[in-house]
Design a protein around this ligand. Structure first.
Ligand SMILES: *Cc1c(COP(=O)(O)O)cnc(C)c1O
Length: 380
């Protein structure tokens, strides 16, 4: 399919996953029903949250989290400038204004809590914290700050399912009032397109459930299974339902999630060992942070933007696919969000980083090809 010797990501699809989807297709029930309920229950248990509501994408999860939190026109929502665009779009969907804040810098891409504190105004209503590349942001400290100012904390966990916020093993998505996850095809738990909202608050969970399906008080499955035969519409909702084949696939894949993440972590350790001390190359975060990350991506740092772009070209010539994330305020659509004085941490991280191939299916030979290509790129 691709010419890459080592693609950025790869997906294993064992027979048991295909079987789970085939069983679902043959069951004759294709949308939100028993498999979705089972998927939600298993996810909630896995993440350690009382409520999990499955939706059609991570973006839908963020949107519904913002709606359930009651955010709207005139509200400011603080969002890190170094993330995927959907984190900020969610605030805009509900009419709120994203206020970009900085990240800690090129050696830690996560939200800078001191900068969050500086950007709080009387209009601030929420913070969307992103656990970037799978590394947990310090949401425990951030939750304290949010509580002091009566702000809602929404965790964007799209890249970080199963990442741990502390040594006790507490997971991302359990610290903020709401968490949003993605099951997009590049994420650690992937079904193609899908997402989930987590919360410990029963009322918020009920709101998200309503909004997911047109704010209807009952669903097609409820009527099919005889629980009720009518419904009311009690708000302006959406069709953000996930379908049953995806829920079946997610449930099947969830059984291997921990071992998949362990494989990603082992590859990251191998990379970090073999890439240590190469002149011109630095590794963000430190070895001690590796254990608590669920490793969506493996970023490395080059000296500057020019060196990074050259590095990417060299790797491409060697058949190694890479990618990078621009800072949000450098997109045409988001230029007006750039604060005076810029966001130096996000700008430097964006300019200097490059993500190398990482997936649970990579083997030592693939790591060796990437490491060799990196060494070649930095010695000419
Ligand atoms: C992937 C991603 C999203 C959006 O998830 P989709 O399922 O693609 O809609 C949101 N935030 C971050 C940080 C992401 O990486």
């Amino acid at each position: 399919m691709s010419e890459w010797r080592v693609p950025l990501t790869d997906i294993a699809m064992p027979e048991e996953d295909v079987q789970a989807v085939a069983d679902c297709l043959r069951s004759g029930w294709l949308t939100l029903g028993p498999r979705t309920q089972a998927f939600e229950g298993a996810l909630a248990a896995h993440v350690g949250t009382p409520h999990a509501v499955a939706v059609s994408s991570g973006t839908a999860a963020l949107h519904l989290a913002c709606r359930a939190a009651g955010l709207g026109h005139g509200d400011e929502v603080i969002v890190p400038a170094f993330t995927f665009i959907a984190s900020a779009s969610a605030a805009r969907y509900v009419g709120a204004t994203p206020v970009l804040c900085d990240v800690r810098g090129p050696h830690d891409f996560n939200i800078d809590i001191e900068d969050v504190a500086r950007r709080i105004t009387p209009r601030t209503r929420a913070v969307i914290a992103v656990h970037f590349c799978g590394y947990p942001a310090d949401v425990l400290a951030l939750r304290e700050l949010c509580d002091e100012h009566s702000l809602t904390l929404i965790e964007d966990c799209a890249q970080a399912i199963c990442a741990q916020v502390d040594a006790s093993g507490r997971q991302v998505g359990t610290v903020g009032q709401l968490g949003a996850f993605s099951f997009f095809s590049k994420k650690q738990l992937c079904v193609g397109e899908g997402g989930m909202v987590t919360t410990a608050d029963e009322e918020l969970a009920a709101k998200v459930r309503l909004l997911r399906s047109h704010a209807m008080t009952s669903g097609t499955w409820d009527r099919h299974s005889g629980r009720t035969d009518t419904y009311d519409v009690v708000g302006l909702g959406f069709n953000y339902r996930i379908d049953e084949p995806r829920a079946a696939l997610g449930l099947s894949r969830l059984g291997r999630l921990d071992s998949d993440i362990a494989k990603r972590r082992a590859i990251v350790r191998a990379y970090r060992e073999q890439l240590a001390g190469i002149p011109g190359l630095e590794l963000p975060w430190d070895d001690s942070a590796v254990e608590r990350s669920s490793h969506f991506a493996f970023p490395v740092l080059l000296a500057d933007r020019e060196a990074r772009d050259r590095f990417r070209d060299d790797l491409k010539d060697n058949g190694v696919q890479t990618t990078w994330y621009p800072a949000l305020h450098t997109f045409t659509e988001c230029q007006q969000l750039a604060p005076a004085g810029g966001l130096p941490g996000a700008e430097q991280a964006a300019a200097r980083h490059c993500a190398l191939p990482l997936s649970s299916t990579m083997d030592e030979a693939a790591v060796a090809i990437v490491v060799e290509a990196v060494k070649q790129a930095l010695t000419h």
